[in-house]
Design a protein. Structure first.
Ligand code: GRF
Length: 223
């Protein structure tokens, strides 16, 4: 992706709490992220993410899946609502529905997701419990391009968090979440600067292919 002509326009899809959305809102408001959030879209009318968006003056749209005959019909309507906002990036941040193949393929390289695990480990739900059950010594979060495979697209960047002996799923989730917010903002910052591109399955940073995901360091930059 080359640097957008104006500030990076982001559409956010969220189904729940919206703390990742809030991290982006805060970074934009603080002037540390050169981007604008052009809309927040949800499948859950009660999502706290919607309140966060409204408080920040961001337009919100809710579509109820139960009122559509098929998932494809829902997705088509969702993107009919999103596309007029002309986002450079569509970010799933706690969006709890799979997006159909047709919509994903038409937006390759523009559709991203944040997932709370070190992908490819622990796809799907309850990732913190999965990591503990597997005896993992490290857990974390990943920002990846969305493909039709669940949590399966090329991974741009990750943050690693040690698993502590006394951790349960909640304590681990809390520690990962703090770091995941920074991971998301820093990754979006790369996008906003036009430094990232997806060619086929290859991610390029400043034009050079990266063979492994970028890693967020303790200083909150990437190695
Ligand atoms: C985050 O852990 C995110 O990685 C995952 O769902 C959770 C959403 O949290 N996809 P929030 O709604 O952003 O607070």
């Amino acid at each position: 992706m080359t640097r957008p002509a104006s500030r990076l326009a982001i559409a956010v899809l969220a189904s729940g709490r919206g703390s990742n959305l809030q991290a982006l809102i805060n970074a934009v408001a603080a002037g540390t992220l050169d981007a604008r959030i052009v809309g927040v879209f949800s499948d859950k009318p009660g999502a706290i993410a919607l309140e966060r968006a409204q408080d920040a003056g961001i337009p919100t749209t809710v579509l109820l899946p139960a009122t559509y005959a098929t998932r494809a019909a829902f997705d088509a309507q969702l993107f009919e609502a999103i596309d007029p906002c002309t986002p450079d990036v569509i970010l799933c941040a706690g969006y709890m529905r799979l997006i159909g193949k047709r919509e994903v393929q038409g937006r390759r390289g523009r559709l991203l997701n944040i997932h709370p695990s070190l992908l490819p480990a622990f796809k799907g739900l309850r990732t913190h419990a999965q990591a503990l059950a597997a005896g993992a010594s490290e857990h974390g979060a990943s920002v990846h391009y969305v493909t039709p495979d669940l949590d399966g697209g090329p991974v741009i960047a990750q943050v690693r968090v040690p698993v502590l002996a006394q951790d349960d799923a909640d304590t681990l989730a809390r520690r990962v979440l703090v770091r995941e917010h920074i991971l998301l903002v820093e990754t979006v910052r790369l996008l906003a600067a036009g430094r990232l591109a997806l060619n086929g399955d290859v991610i390029r940073l400043d034009g050079a292919a990266i063979s492994t995901p970028l890693q967020l360091t303790a200083n909150n930059d990437f190695s």
